[in-house]
Design a binder for this molecule. Structure first.
Ligand code: GRG
Length: 304
């Protein structure tokens, strides 16, 4: 897929710098919140594995887009990455997708045990809410309401009206042919909800106006879906060595995907159209949204 070029912005070095900041903050959270002799190793193994950190990067980029300091959103960004990692650990379990490889390493239940993988996911989910609550309590009093909103947004997005409902639909609909609307709704919950929450929370903590947040949500909705469409495509065309996880699994499990519903080339065109719509939603922003624009393009160019 050909994405629009962003001549003056080095996305690779931006992503690498943001990843360093996020990884340092995640390590500090682990040191502070996970003293357990049983859980420390698997929590560090899974959370500090080589993930793209897309959701936390988006969270920080959204804070910058509205003119805030990215550091205001760092703990929310970390919390969202913890929830994302927990979802991957549980998604990989034998009772769900039974995957052996994740982020280029044996999955948590393969490296440790199934029981440990369940507990590691549980730990990360709780650490996420502890991280956000701590940040809210440490922030100046005028930020308390924003932090409560952030905790609510993340809880909503990760729960039975968001990611977990999306996952439940994904399982229930295996082998059942979905309409395009039903597929889009499932993806919006399973993958889109957490991506949207990351961007919305970044905008809120960065002090964005309601207009700015509404436009960020519009951007997030489009790139969230584009991300999942590309994920579906990479499950067919991707290189497992680059992806760090197995490919071809959706077809084996008779999953509902965009390529299965509309074919590979139309799926690629659809993803590009979604990114175009995402970029339109950013038209109210100046250069502060350059990273968000570049990330939208990266979503359709990515190989992992
Ligand atoms: C509670 C038993 C139990 C299970 C929960 C909620 C859940 C299982 C799974 C969430 C659904 C899920 C895993 C969606 C997939 C989203 C997706 C495209 C993941 C890959 O994200 P990347 O590519 O991964 O950003 P990295 O490794 O780069 O962070």
């Amino acid at each position: 897929m050909i994405a629009k070029k962003m001549p003056d912005f080095d996305l690779k070095s931006y992503l690498s710098k943001q990843k360093t900041i996020i990884d340092e903050a995640l390590n500090a959270c682990i040191d502070r919140l996970c003293p357990s002799e049983h859980l420390l190793a698997p929590v560090r193994y899974t959370l500090m594995a080589d993930g793209k950190r897309l959701r936390p990067v988006l969270c920080l980029a959204a804070a910058s887009a509205v003119g805030g300091a990215p550091s205001t959103a760092l703990q929310a960004a970390c919390a969202i990455e913890m929830i994302h990692t927990y979802s991957l650990i549980h998604d990989d379990l034998p009772a769900l997708d039974d995957d052996q490889l994740r982020r280029g390493k044996p999955t948590c239940h393969v490296k440790y045990s199934e029981a440990t993988a369940i507990l590691t996911g549980d730990t990360l989910l709780n650490m996420a809410f502890e991280t956000m609550s701590e940040a809210g309590l440490a922030a100046p009093p005028q930020y308390c309401r924003a932090w409560l909103q952030v905790i609510q947004i993340v809880g909503y997005a990760a729960g039975a009206r968001g990611m977990i409902e999306g996952q439940a639909r994904d399982l229930a609909f295996e082998g059942v042919q979905l309409s395009r609307t039903a597929l889009q709704n499932m993806h919006a919950l399973k993958t889109g909800a957490l991506i949207k929450a990351a961007i919305q929370c970044g905008g809120l903590l960065g002090g964005g106006s309601s207009d700015q947040i509404a436009n960020l949500i519009q951007y997030a909705t489009q790139i969230g879906l584009a991300f999942q469409v590309v994920d579906d495509i990479l499950n067919i065309t991707g290189d497992p060595n680059v992806m760090g996880k197995a490919v071809g699994t959706d077809q084996q499990r008779q999953k509902n995907t965009y390529p299965a519903l509309m074919g590979l080339a139309p799926s690629q065109k659809f993803a590009a159209a979604l990114v175009d719509r995402a970029l339109q939603a950013l038209s109210i922003f100046d250069n502060s949204a350059v990273p968000l624009r570049a990330i939208a393009n990266y979503i359709i160019e990515r190989r992992r």
